[in-house]
Structures are given as C-alpha cells and as structure tokens.
Design a protein around this ligand. Structure first.
Ligand code: GAP
Length: 514
C-alpha cells in the first residue's frame, strides 16, 4: 500500500474518476476548498445523513428535528460571540507570501515532538523485547522525559498566549521554536493577526451596514433561537434534544486537504437541553454514545480516538473531539461540547425575550444548559472513503481497487448484470431490476465482459452483483457475488431482496438515557 500522502492523492483521484467528488466549477479551473458531489457522492452523502438522522431523531424519543434558514438576524452572531471571537490567528511568510494558521504551525511542531517520543518507545521495545516495561520506560527515559517536558512547556505558554490574545507572544514562540515556512524554508514571518471566518453578504438591494447578513458558520444557532418554539409546540420536557443538518460556511484561510476543510460544508448537529448542574453527566453520555455510533459503521475501533480540549471555545466548559485516522493522520471528525447556558443566556439578553423553561418537577424556571454533538458530514464522507479505498492483488495476479464502503451506506446496493446481451437474458435481468428498484438503488449494466463490470461495481463499493445467465431462464436462479470476499453463490431470485436487506441493517441501538 502506498504511503499516506500517496494514498490520499489516490483517494482524491479515485473520488473524481468514479463520480464521488469533483472540484467545483472545474471548467473554470476550480475554486479552492469548494467541491461538488457527483452521482455516487450524493448517494453516499444522503445515506450518511439518513443514518445519522435515524440514530439521533428516530432512535431517541426525546430528540426532534429542525430545518432552520441559513440566513439569520445579524444580532444572532453578535450574541453567539462569532462576530467578536470567531477568529483564527494567521501569520504570513514574507518570502513565500503564503499565509498560515499560527496555531496549526505550533501544533504541527508539537506533533513532531510527540512522534519523536513514540519513536524512542518503539526503538526501546525492539531492544528489550519481551521484558519491555513501557510505562516504566516512559517515566524514566531521559530523552522521553526531555521531549515531554518541552511539549508541556510549549503548550502552557502557547495556550496562555492564545487565551490572553497575546499575539506578539505567539509570534515570539514561533520564532523561538525555529519554525520555518514549509515552502520557502525561511523564518521571515509577519506579525500574527486575527481573521474573522464569517462570510457576509447584503440582504435586498441597498448595501450598507444595516443590510449586512452572515452566512451561518454553524447550524447550532438556528436551534438555539428556535428552542422555545420547539419546546412549546412539541410539549418537550427537559432533557430533550433538537437535531439539524445543513450547510455552514467559513472563510477558511488555510483551506487544503480536499473535503477535510472546505469553505462551504455540511454539519449534522444536535443540541441537548438539560438541567443546570446535570450537564457533565450528559456530556459523558453523549461522548460515549457518539463513539458507539461511529463504531457501529463497521470501521475498526482503533481508527477513532478521543481528544480532550485543553483550550476551550468561547462557549464551552468541557469539550472533546472524536478524531479519525484519515490518510493525512488523526484529525477531528466530531466535537462534543458542553456549552453551558452561554448561547441561550446571550440570546435572552440580546433579544430581550425570555428563553426559559419551567421545570414542573423542580417547580422553577431556568435557562437550560446545553450539550452539543457536532459532526461534519463531509468529514464523515472522507472518513468512509479513506477506510473504504483498498488496492488488492488477486490470486490470478490481477489487481482491483475495491471500495469497502459499509453496505448500508453504499451508493448502489446491487448491480443486475445479464451475462450476455442476447437470448432473453437482458429481459430477465430487467424483471429483477424492476422488482428491486422501489426498495434499493440498483444499477443495470450489460456493457463489457462480466469481469470488467464487476470491477466497475467494486470501484464504487456496490455490495452485491447479481448475474443472470442461461440457467436463470430454466430454474429462476442467479449468481450473487459479494463485493469483499468475491464469493459467488447460486440463489433463487426470491431470495435476493432478503439477502440485501440483511446486510443493510444497522447494529446501532442507543444505550438507555440516564
Ligand atoms: N457548533 C459547533 C461547531 O461548529 P466545530 O468544531 O467548529 O464546532 C464541528 O465544527 C464539525 O464541523 C467539525 O468537527 C468538523 O467535522 C466540521 N467542520 C468544521 N469546519 C469545517 C470545514 N471548514 N470543512 C469541513 N468540515 C468542517
């Protein structure tokens, strides 16, 4: 298998060649960090969204959905803190003229130190063999202790500087660590400056401050401003949640890495409203529940890990990411945040409208606390794609690329293939196609040799190929070929739907709420 960077490039080119993801406006040379989803991409995306929606809304009696508008009153973003605090610290290299996120430069430096620690541990494990005591080694090796000490010191200084808004010290740290521009190799840096990530546009025909609106940078605020509408009209009792999926927009300055970081992307968010003081227990519940959902997709558990935040966003009193091991390394896939009463409290203050809940059990009113789960749909798509892409050498020496997409998420569930284009086989295959198409998205294909047709379906991740041959005409049986094992079985036509449906079932069931 290729190294990670090569693998990532292969995934991107496969995604384009097989109709998953295209660069936006490609005939005009594309746009940086904007992508379009092709015929198979849109199916995979819809399936992921539906899988999440069912897990959140259908499987939890106390969670309901919402679809709020992208445009919101401009004061929403003042109240949410995004106008004042939704910034990234940026630094430019004067030689390459390239702009970087200052925090990413420092975090990359820290990641390199962490890698050095792991290398030391691996080397020692090789040297000591069976007798190796990893914990003892980590606590006593002078080199490991030196690296860890350095990591601790850098983090302490860096996060304090960010929290205080001391951008001069962030620059000083970058210089002291000797961080160079990856392009020019020089240390010729500008000052660090804050850039707001929100896009603004004009409402109506008159331009001016009063008509400026923002494209939402997160879907969450649509949920907060509708909190009472939903609670009252749905007679919801705390604890309860509101879920929403939809587009969000951020003017990412450093927008690289394919669909990992885009300027227009989709979020799947759920805000869970709880009694003040009970937020930490719900935060733990949702952390574990969201991880269980990821594991249920059929991707190995070791591909995921938690990362607890040391520097908290302006609205949170606890936060963790679920990270996934993409081809570009472990990166954030989902955030779970305990947002306190920050959002509802601020909207209450800025709007002058009470956003309180009367708790009949406590006989008192309060502004609820919120635990949020927020996952990027495009990042989940990339996680699925990264895991699925597999190059295989077969027994006959040939090679195939197979997308091992979890069957319930696969764009096409089955391909129906007449062995030859004559003798009544296409007609029989069409009958099967007609019987499946109302329940499953299937594809009919009669072009090229059967082997090439199998490869085409492997490349888009179709779990089953159903081949109609001459025997089908006499005994109503077909061969069904399973994508991953390539095993072929002879079954009767009546069994097809049942076999497909069994593979598409989710094994996710939420644990009972506390
Ligand atoms: N409401 C909280 C919130 O928006 P976030 O950590 O900024 O939190 C949540 O975003 C998720 O949205 C991330 O974990 C990631 O999956 C996705 N996301 C954020 N920015 C993104 C971008 N520029 N491109 C693609 N996905 C993004």
């Amino acid at each position: 298998m290729a190294n990670n960077e090569e693998l990532f490039k292969k995934i991107i080119s496969h995604a384009k060649e097989y109709g998953f993801v295209f660069p936006s406006s490609e005939i005009y040379d594309g746009m940086s960090a904007v992508y379009d989803y092709g015929q198979y991409g849109v199916e995979l995306k819809n399936n992921i969204r539906e899988c999440w929606w069912k897990a959140m809304v259908q499987y939890h009696e106390n969670i309901v959905g919402l679809d709020a508008a992208i445009f919101m009153h401009p004061t929403v973003w003042k109240a949410s803190g995004h106008v004042d605090a939704f910034n990234d610290p940026m630094i430019d290299n004067k030689d390459s003229k390239k702009r970087y996120r200052a925090d990413v430069l420092v975090e990359d430096y820290l990641a390199k130190l962490e890698e050095k620690v792991e290398k030391e541990v691996d080397k020692a494990a090789g040297r000591f063999g069976e007798a190796f005591n990893e914990e003892q080694y980590r606590n006593t090796s002078p080199k490991v202790l030196e690296y860890n000490g350095k990591i601790k010191d850098i983090k302490a200084r860096f996060y304090t500087a960010l929290e205080r808004g001391d951008l001069a010290d962030v620059k000083a740290l970058i210089e002291e660590l000797g961080i160079v521009c990856p392009l020019s190799g020089s240390r010729n840096w500008t000052e660090v400056r804050q850039f707001n990530l929100m896009f603004s546009t004009q409402l109506g025909s008159v331009s001016g401050e009063a008509n400026s609106v923002y494209l939402r940078p997160e879907t969450a605020q649509g949920i907060f401003v509708n909190f009472l509408n939903v609670q009252k009209s749905g007679r919801m009792k705390i604890p309860f949640g509101i879920a929403q999926t939809g587009k969000a927009f951020r003017n990412e300055i450093v927008a690289r890495q394919f669909i990992f970081r885009m300027r227009e992307f989709e979020q799947m968010e759920m805000q869970f409203f709880v009694r003040p003081g009970e937020e930490m227990k719900w935060y733990e519940y949702w952390k574990s529940e969201r991880m269980r959902w990821h594991h249920s997709l059929g991707i190995p558990a070791e591909k995921y890990r938690f990362h607890d935040h040391e520097k908290l966003a302006h609205y949170a009193n606890a936060a963790a990411d679920i990270e996934f091991e993409f081809a570009i390394g472990f990166k954030e896939l989902e955030g779970i945040h305990s947002r306190t009463d920050f959002d509802l409290g601020n909207h209450q203050q800025y709007s002058g409208k009470k956003l309180q809940y009367f708790d009949p059990e406590l006989n008192e009113s309060y502004v609820p606390y919120v635990v949020e789960t927020s996952i990027g749909l495009d990042r989940t798509f990339l996680a699925i794609l990264s895991h699925a892409y597999t190059e295989e050498r077969l027994e006959d020496g040939s090679e195939r690329v197979v997308m091992r997409i979890p069957p319930m998420l696969a764009p096409i569930k089955a391909a129906v293939l007449p062995l030859v284009k004559k003798d009544g086989l296409p007609e029989k295959a069409r009958e099967i196609m007609d019987s499946l198409m109302f329940d499953y998205l299937c594809q009919y294909d009669e072009k090229d040799a059967i082997g090439r047709r199998y490869r085409r379906q492997d490349a888009i991740g179709t779990p089953y190929c159903i081949t109609v041959d001459h025997q089908t005409l006499t005994d109503n049986t077909v061969t069904i070929r399973e994508r991953d094992s390539m095993k072929q079985d002879r079954i009767s036509i009546e069994e097809i739907a049942d076999i497909i449906s069994k593979r598409l079932k989710t094994n996710y069931k939420p644990l009972p709420a506390m």
